[in-house]
Design a protein around this ligand. Structure first.
Ligand SMILES: Cc1cc2nc3c(=O)[nH]c(=O)nc-3n(C[C@H](O)[C@H](O)[C@H](O)COP(=O)(O)O)c2cc1C
Length: 219
């Protein structure tokens, strides 16, 4: 089983990256493979809207590190996305990844996979909640399933690199987010999830309607 962590900060030791690591700890402890793709050392250019992908079976014309994301989308069973808050939005680096998913939209590699979101901004009420919602919207657009942490996604206030390490509560909330995503992923992958077998289901209904317990009591 594989979990994908996408780190949207361009800073190597960004606070959002640290929270992402904490959220992934429960997966490591459960023996999952953990793939982290960090936008501090990967380059993903913005989508050109050329629609080359529509004519060439999902192949994007841009040759850069996005190929790693396409592979990881296909391989993962769950994902967690972390981002700094930039102008009450995700980082431009992360938005490029979101948009480049366009090439594989018909394939829907993230469909039905559970995901969690983390946003770190410098200000109180600096747009963290909105940024978490933007990540959740991307999940919905990709067919992925939003999983909350303690309350919603993780929202945190921090500025200098590493500041978040002093905030026990936020580190714990990141871990809870990871635990929740892990729990949903395990459940989804241990059950046959899909449309019910219509014939079997209708047969059961017919049987139920004619069985003695389904009839009204006499008298
Ligand atoms: C271009 C830019 C825009 C920013 N916009 C916001 C903002 O809208 N709200 C906020 O609270 N913080 C804002 N910040 C501060 C960062 O979100 C903050 O430094 C955060 O710690 C960055 O996350 P990181 O440590 O994971 O890189 C901005 C920083 C930059 C560089």
């Amino acid at each position: 089983m594989n979990v994908l962590g996408i780190s949207g900060t361009p800073r190597k030791n960004g606070n959002s990256h640290i929270l992402l690591e904490h959220s992934l700890a429960p997966f490591r402890e459960s023996g999952w493979d953990v793939t982290i793709l960090g936008l501090h050392d990967l380059t993903v250019q913005p989508c050109k809207a050329c629609d080359h992908c529509r004519s060439y079976n999902g192949k994007c014309i841009i040759e850069d590190d996005m190929g790693l994301f396409y592979d990881a989308f296909r391989r993962c069973h769950a994902l967690i996305v972390s981002t700094p808050v930039y102008y009450r939005n995700v980082s431009a680096q992360l938005k490029a990844v979101f948009d480049r998913h366009y090439a594989v939209t018909p394939e829907q590699p993230l469909r039905g996979k559970p995901g969690g979101a983390i946003a770190v901004g410098a200000g109180q009420g600096g747009g963290q909640a909105m940024t978490v919602a933007i990540v959740h919207n991307w999940f919905s657009s990709c067919g992925a399933l939003t999983v909350p942490g303690e309350l919603n996604g993780v929202s945190a206030v921090a500025q200098a690199e590493g500041d978040i390490l002093k905030q026990e509560k936020r580190l714990k909330q990141a871990r809870i987010l990871g635990e929740n995503v892990l729990q949903v992923a395990v459940k989804l992958n241990s059950e046959q999830v899909g449309p019910p077998d219509a014939e079997k289901w209708q047969g059961e209904i017919r049987e139920g309607l004619t069985s003695p317990s389904a009839l009204p009591p006499r008298g």
